[in-house]
Design a protein around this ligand. Structure first.
Ligand code: HPA
Ligand SMILES: [Zn+2]
Length: 329
């Protein structure tokens, strides 16, 4: 538990909540044999050299997600765990292109997520929305097709599609390639966010803002290399969705203490804490908050600030934001 504070989780890949046990349970249901003998053997391979190394296994494992029910069960398990972590609102990422390539339609994915989101409201009082991410290491045409398909699927299923995001391998895949897709997403009324400055340079963050119109930057820890950019992010209240355990497990830093977490806060940035791919990186939101709390000696006021930042940075309706802010000290 995170001291009872209402946190919004703004950087969470729903496929990254797929636990090894669930991978084996789904494979067994489908009569499929996996490369590893069991969940422990699979989890023993969760030792990643960098982001691309992680992504290889992440895309392979999600091959067990096939039916609407699979996506529903996946998200239900996440919401139950997030509730225990003190999460009150979630804007979850999904990678539709990674599913259509095995013949799983956008409609199937969004319909399953929609059912879990509805249940999360009823069971846990968690509000949630969906951000469909463009895989930046795939062709622009594929992203254009994905955008049209998720807009149609959201209209058909009633799934709360909040925005468009940008993820997958970063280095060598600059944001500017997707300017057209992001423009069209904005015209369709979607919010825009982008992974930038995780392994890539501060310039990718600048492109995400200038060319894609990003309203939040996912990770963004490399911005401290560029003082002018930091000043702009502070001035424009653009938040960074920082994922501490992810940065350690993907070797962006060797140890959590090496993260510039205090420097980001001291610069006046709207920093939030998130879990990214919790089934792979060693912990959910509460574990990430506990990790930075321990490493940087955060006090109650710091934790309340992180929770407040997460509410401010969310795309929740104003009334919901006020409700959450009222629960803060
Ligand atoms: O941490 C990440 N970075 C980029 N793409 C991703 N897709 C899942 N997790 C990640
Ligand atoms: Zn991410």
């Amino acid at each position: 538990m995170t001291s009872g504070l209402p946190f919004c989780e703004l950087h969470l890949h729903i496929e990254g909540t797929l636990e090894p046990e669930t991978i084996f349970a789904l494979a067994a249901e489908q009569g499929r044999t996996l490369r590893d003998a069991g969940p422990e053997e699979l989890a023993a391979r969760y030792d990643f050299a960098d982001l691309p190394d992680f992504l290889e296994l992440y895309y392979e494992n999600m091959g067990v997600l096939r039916s609407e029910r699979d996506f529903e069960v996946l998200a239900e398990a996440y919401f139950a765990r997030a509730h225990r972590a003190g999460v009150a609102h979630v804007e979850l990422f999904v990678d539709p292109q990674a599913h259509t390539e095995r013949g799983v339609a956008e409609r199937t994915v969004l319909a399953g997520l929609q059912r879990a989101i509805e249940a999360a409201g009823d069971r846990h009082g968690i509000s949630a929305g969906i951000i469909a991410c463009v895989l930046r290491d795939r062709p622009v045409d594929d992203a254009e097709r994905m955008l049209d398909a998720v807009l149609d699927a959201a209209a058909e299923t009633g799934a709360p599609l909040l925005g468009i995001g940008l993820d997958s391998a970063e280095l060598g895949f600059p944001p500017h390639r997707f300017a057209g897709v992001f423009d069209r997403a904005a015209e369709a009324g979607l919010h825009r966010v982008a992974h930038a400055g995780e392994e890539g340079p501060a310039d990718y963050v600048r492109q995400a803002l200038d060319v894609l119109g990003a309203e939040r930057i996912d990770h963004g820890i490399r911005v401290l290399d560029d003082a002018e950019l930091v000043a702009r992010l502070v001035r424009e209240r653009i938040s960074l969705t920082v994922c501490p355990l992810s940065n350690v497990r993907l070797r962006v830093v060797d140890r959590i203490e090496e993260l510039p977490f205090r420097a980001l806060l001291d610069a006046g940035l709207l920093v939030t804490v998130n879990s990214d791919d919790p089934a792979y990186f060693g912990g959910y939101l509460d574990d990430n908050v506990a990790a930075v709390r321990g490493a940087f000696g955060l006090g109650e006021d710091d934790l309340a600030r992180l929770a407040r930042n997460s509410v401010e940075a969310s795309f929740a309706p104003e009334a919901r934001k006020r409700e959450l802010l009222d629960r803060l000290p």
